[in-house]
Design a protein around this ligand. Structure first.
Ligand SMILES: [Zn+2]
Length: 80
């Protein structure tokens, strides 16, 4: 009889909660998260060229830092 009460309570409810936490992380990053970097650009000798670049996290296109607002993304990129 007491066993009936116990079986009606399922312990799997917590797994439904966890996707909500992932959404909060996405919202806080917004469009700034489209670019990784800036990275220092190196020449063929492995020396810094004095330029910095950023890379789109989705399509991987590389542009000079501060030029990313005019960047042309590849077809199908989330940030196109
Ligand atoms: Zn892109």
């Amino acid at each position: 009889m007491q066993d009936d009460t116990a079986s009606s309570v399922e312990g799997g409810d917590e797994t439904v909660v966890s996707p909500a936490h992932a959404e909060v992380v996405d919202a806080s990053s917004d469009d700034a998260d489209a670019w990784s970097g800036p990275h220092t650009e190196y020449n063929q000798y492995g020396l810094p060229t004095g330029h910095e670049y950023v890379r789109c996290r989705d399509c991987g296109v590389v542009v000079l830092a501060a030029r990313q607002t005019n960047a042309t993304h590849r077809t199908g990129c989330t940030y196109e």
